[in-house]
Each structure stands twice: as C-alpha cells, then as structure tokens.
Design a protein around this ligand. Sequence first.
Ligand code: 9D3
Length: 245
Amino acid sequence: MKFAVVTIFPEMFGAITKEGVIAKAIDRGILSVDTINPREFAKDKHRTVDDRPYGGGPGMVMMTAPLSDAIAQAKAKVAGPTKVVYVSPQGKPLTQAKAKTLASLESLVIIAGRYEGIDQRLIEAEVDEEISIGDFIVSGGELPAMIVIDAVARCLPEVLGHKDSAEQDSFSNGLLDCPHYTRPFEYKGLTVPDVLLSGNHQAIAKWRLKQSLGQTWIKRPELLEKIKLTDEQVQLLQAFQEEFQ
Ligand code: 9D3
C-alpha cells in the first residue's frame, strides 16, 4: 500500500518510517510512505503557504495554490486510483472499522494541516473524507496522519506477523484486551493468576475472554452495547460481575 502525505513538516514522519513495525514493513516493500511539502510549490521568496482568513479573526489559513499543487503531486506519486483524506478536528472519528476499510485501498493521500486549517474550497474540490482522531485538540495534522497510517497499515495482513495478528488486536472483537503477565511470578507482593500457569489452554482462553468482558464492562461499558454477546460471553460476564460484587 502506498501512502503520500501532504505536510509542511515532513521530518516528523521519521517517527514511523525510521522505527518499529511500519519501518520494517517499508524495508520489506509491503508499504511506502512519501511526503510532499506544499512549501516547495510556493512561488514567493518566503515560500508562503498560509494567508489571513477572509472575515478576519485570529490565526492563518493554508492557501489553495501550493496545497493544490502538492495534492496533485501526491496523487501522481501513488499513481492509480486513490482516496484523499484530510485529517481535521471536524472529521468523523477514526474507528478500527474505518481503518480496516481504508486498508483495502491500494493507496491513500493524506493532507495534514497546520494553522487554523485549509481553505474550505480545497475540502470541497479535493477531499473525499475528513477524519478526526478524537474529540481533543492537537497542534497539527501530522500526528493524526501518522496515527491513521499506523492504524491502517497494521490492518494489512503482511504488516503484522501471525504471532500478533490484526484479528487478535483489541477492538477487532469489539472488546478491550485481557490483562497480561510475565516473569517474575511475584512483584511487590502481587502474583500471577494460577490459571495462567496451569498449562490448560482451554481454561486460559476462557479466563482471558472473561477478563476482556469484565475489563470492558468496568472501563468502557458503552462498548458492550455495540456488540451482541454469545451465550458463553453472557455467562462469563455474569460470573465476572458476581465476583466483582
Ligand atoms: C478553535 C479552532 N481550532 C479548531 C477546533 C483550530 C485548530 C486547532 C488545532 C485547527 C487545527 C488544529 C490541528 N489539529 C489537527 O489538524 C487535527 C486533529 C485534532 O486537533 N484533533 C483530533 N483529530 C485531529 S485530525 C487533525
């Protein structure tokens, strides 16, 4: 899969392209992440990409011309049918389902904005989807763009090894993950649940599912309303709730 990001801060993308699971996928030729800097399309000597908002008010707006040229170059770089996503606080919140859908595309162009955002006519003329990473404000579109790339890339079957498959990820079944333990057996007087040392793989799977259901009920009860529990899951959650009091 090919990602092309329009950004005035291309160096920030080293955070995902130089380290970790995305960097490895790039090395293995499974995906590519290119950046296109609108500043390189600015015509004045100061390489201006922003201008004052019509109607007045604080802040600046990313102007049409350099951004439009950068988007055209991003589309040319991915070559072939693509989707243009603008990451913005006004977008629809990113979900695992949305990440999965985007992962079925051959390529994705992502516009990362700065200042107050981009000129509305660019959204109307160039953008297919506006995506937010949640109801809080960060300083620019670069971190959100990296989050979109990371979330989408890990939905690609080749990116994760089968050991940590996307299907096993939290949220793929709509539940939070179960607690995890490793050595030592005792830490600050706290020990590991006996079942995890039992070697009984069926009992371990059942315990993990029960914990997933229980932790979801405690921390994110609204998630349980979005999914249909099986009879076994209902029983396990009831057992968890009774032990919890
Ligand atoms: C008061 C006006 N602000 C909009 C709510 C201005 C503004 C602040 C920060 C405009 C853009 C930004 C930068 N944020 C993003 O580009 C962004 C973002 C976010 O801040 N939160 C959640 N998702 C996203 S996706 C892109």
